[in-house]
Write a protein that binds this ligand. Structure first.
Ligand code: UDP
Ligand code: MG
Length: 162
């Protein structure tokens, strides 16, 4: 039984999710958190921060040649960001599904951006787009000691193993 638990823990993924200043200012924090919680993902780190512009540039470094890069970094550093790490089987890919397409005009209804945002420049939430970026973004925003490992009582019901 212990071996089974350990094997599953080794498989568990983590992703970096952030509610951007527009989502925080619009009072959407609890709405967004509840969608990840109800799905069965586990919160392992959370903090509210106002990132500097330099920090925002690091976070979005892959987009540095895009015309919207400067405005995007100005925006991310313009107010409180709720930075989080969520854990669970398939959380990187499924987290992106919960979030929806980058442009809220193209996000499906039922997704966070589809239900709660209208334009691409104010799409309220960020989620890592793959295992490598998840690792890098978690390391950028959090210290290893900020990540809390614990067993939730619900896990045996969510995953169906003892
Ligand atoms: N963005 C924008 N204009 C665009 C494309 C993207 O303002 O034409 C912003 C948008 O806020 C998006 C962020 O840049 O969330 C990062 O872009 P990316 O392509 O990585 O989209 P995401 O991974 O957030 O869906
Ligand atoms: Mg992205």
């Amino acid at each position: 039984m212990l071996q089974e638990q350990e094997a599953r823990a080794a498989e568990l993924e983590r992703t970096f999710i952030a509610i951007k200043p527009d989502g925080v200012q619009r009072g959407l924090v609890s709405e967004i958190l509840s969608r990840f919680e109800r799905k069965g993902f586990k919160l392992v780190a959370i903090k509210l921060v106002v990132p500097s512009k330099e920090f925002a540039q690091k976070h979005y470094h892959d987009l540095k040649d895009r015309p919207f890069f400067n405005g995007l970094c100005d925006f991310l550093s313009s107010g409180p960001v709720l930075a989080m790490v969520w854990e669970g089987e398939g959380v990187i890919k499924y987290g992106r599904k919960l979030i929806g397409a980058t442009d809220p005009q193209k996000s499906e209804p039922g997704t966070i951006r589809g239900d709660l945002a209208v334009v691409v420049g104010r799409n309220i939430i960020h989620g890592s787009d793959g295992p490598e970026t998840a690792k890098a973004e978690i390391a950028l925003w959090f210290e290893p000691r900020d990540l809390v490992s614990y067993t939730s009582n619900e896990e045996k019901w969510i995953y169906g193993v003892n």
